[in-house]
Design a protein around this ligand. Structure first.
Ligand code: MG
Length: 222
């Protein structure tokens, strides 16, 4: 069987890119690191998700069965447009194809157990459909100055600004590319602002990012 490709569509150009590697940065907003009782990191906290974590916004997100506390993390996502290795920070933006809306879904109960045991997080972070993606835009002019909100069933849960990223986007691109060749279609989840919280089956999550738009995600019912 052919492996299915997850295609990213950029608006307004209509350009498409098949999704590649999925990098995620944890604790990249001081306010969020603090709410989970974590230290503010002195270098990026990087983890990755597998290809089956990707999920389109137009299908109900399946509720995972291997944990109980599923939480939303609304994030600005960087889409890489061309290949690079050891990218200088000053050239980083020339490797970006666009910016999008993503949810880094997390089974917080499982993650807490894994963290306590000093084990990797993947089971709590990289499971199927743990990376729903919404709109992507190739018209974002100032990615360091975007407003991010996340509403659950109409109630505001998260509200942040990309200017508060501890490690800004050019730094992340440069830093990641020291260890990994970045390729077209690679995605970087840049971290979530404060206000993460629990979801239940049937919830409606709306993530809006200024300059991109808003995307609706629906958790599947019981
Ligand atoms: Mg996250």
């Amino acid at each position: 069987m052919m492996k299915k490709e997850f295609e990213l569509v950029l608006q307004p150009s209509g350009k498409t890119l098949p999704a590649g590697k999925i990098f995620c940065i944890g604790r990249n907003y001081a306010s969020h690191a603090k709410e989970l009782g974590n230290e503010v990191p002195s270098q990026p906290v990087l983890f990755m998700k597998g290809s089956t974590a990707l999920w389109p916004a137009d299908r109900p997100v399946p509720f995972p069965a291997h944990g109980s506390d599923l939480q939303h993390e609304a994030e600005l996502v960087v889409l890489i447009g061309r290949e690079g290795k050891n990218i200088p920070e000053a050239e980083a933006f020339s490797y970006v194809a666009g910016y999008g809306i993503g949810l880094d879904l997390t089974l917080r109960d499982l993650q807490s157990q894994l963290k306590k045991a000093g084990l990797p997080w993947e089971v709590s972070k990289s499971f199927d459909a743990s990376a729903p993606l919404g709109l992507f835009s190739d018209r974002v002019t100032d990615p360091a100055n975007l407003e991010i909100t996340c509403e659950v069933n109409g109630e505001l849960r998260q509200h942040g600004f990309s200017r508060n990223l501890i490690f800004p986007i050019p730094f992340l691109i440069s830093w990641i590319s020291r260890a990994f060749t970045l390729e077209p279609g690679d995605l970087i989840f840049t971290g979530t602002p404060e206000g993460v919280g629990s979801l239940k089956p049937g919830d409606h999550v709306r993530v809006a990012i200024s300059g991109i738009g808003s995307s609706d995600f629906y958790l599947s019912g019981d």
